[in-house]
Write a protein that binds this ligand. Structure first.
Ligand code: OAD
Length: 245
């Protein structure tokens, strides 16, 4: 697949939807979940990001998130995030559905964002369900406790086995239904239901373009794959588009 053809598809598109994963933040210095470096203290993400893991050892789960919070706090958006932020002004309809909880799309200026898996900087009371923002790193107490009632707090992140936030998921699904082009960037495509946006878009005749360093489980079904780092491929694609009016 040539990048020039992908640029033609994008240039013709009025409605563009994007699904991003950890790979889009890799060049900002944030480790991805799978592949090299995908383990934390010999544990896989599937062993940490679950209600059962939290019930068993909330401190351990929080230590993992604390480490990620500290890493992310030192990172800034890269050229890939910036291109996606600019594209929401370019296309008449644009939605960026992200599996990332690092907030770097928003830091780059993206507003049309559906954060499917929640947010690393929001804490939720396990007793009352109330949420509060807390950007301190390190947190003064691990695991943190609700300032109002003293119950344990958890990250406001969707864990394995939990449903996605209903409104955001409906918005993302609808955006996959109506789009002319779906870009799938830096995701292994193994986590559902996020990855099913690809099937939804294909079923509604969208062109689906994957941008990834390597082949994924989605590569066989998408319309085209561009291999390379997102922070290089997205700016290259952007340069091939006609000037926006
Ligand atoms: P993964 O770690 O599963 O996949 C990252 C993907 O990014 C892989 O396919 C890599 O090949 C690709 N990649 C790495 N560096 C890249 C780069 N510079 N440019 C382009 N691609 C690159 O991460 P996700 O697919 O995001 O959920 O994982 C999905 C979910 O699993 C996450 O949201 C997380 C995790 O459990 C929660 O935390 C709830």
């Amino acid at each position: 697949m040539s990048i020039a053809l992908a640029a033609e598809w994008l240039a013709d598109a009025r409605q563009v939807t994007v699904l991003t994963g950890a790979g889009v933040s890799a060049e900002s210095g944030i480790p991805t979940f799978r592949g090299d470096g995908g383990y934390w203290r010999k544990r896989r993400v599937e062993e940490l990001a679950t209600p059962a893991a939290f019930a068993h050892d909330p401190r351990l789960v929080w230590e993992w998130y604390e480490e990620r919070r500290q890493t992310v706090a030192q990172c800034t958006p890269n050229a890939g995030h910036r291109v996606l932020a600019a594209w929401e002004k370019r296309f008449p309809f644009f939605l960026l559905a992200t599996q990332n909880v690092d907030g770097l799309h928003q830091a780059a200026g993206s507003v049309r964002v559906a954060p499917l898996h929640g947010d690393l900087w929001t804490l939720r009371c396990t007793a009352e369900g109330t949420e509060r923002a807390d950007h301190r790193t390190p947190l003064p107490e691990l695991p943190p406790r609700c300032p109002a009632c003293g119950a344990l707090e958890r990250p406001a992140i969707v864990w394995f086995g939990e449903p996605l936030p209903k409104e955001r998921w409906e918005e993302a699904t609808q955006a996959a239904v109506v789009c002319d082009v779906l870009l799938v960037i830096g995701t292994s495509g193994v986590v559902q239901p996020a990855a099913s946006l690809v099937d939804t878009a294909l079923a509604h005749r969208a062109r689906v373009i994957e941008i990834n360093l390597q082949e994924t489980v989605l590569s066989d079904v998408v319309s085209a794959s561009l291999r390379g780092p997102a922070a290089t491929v997205l700016p290259a694609l952007d340069r091939l588009l006609p000037p926006s009016t």
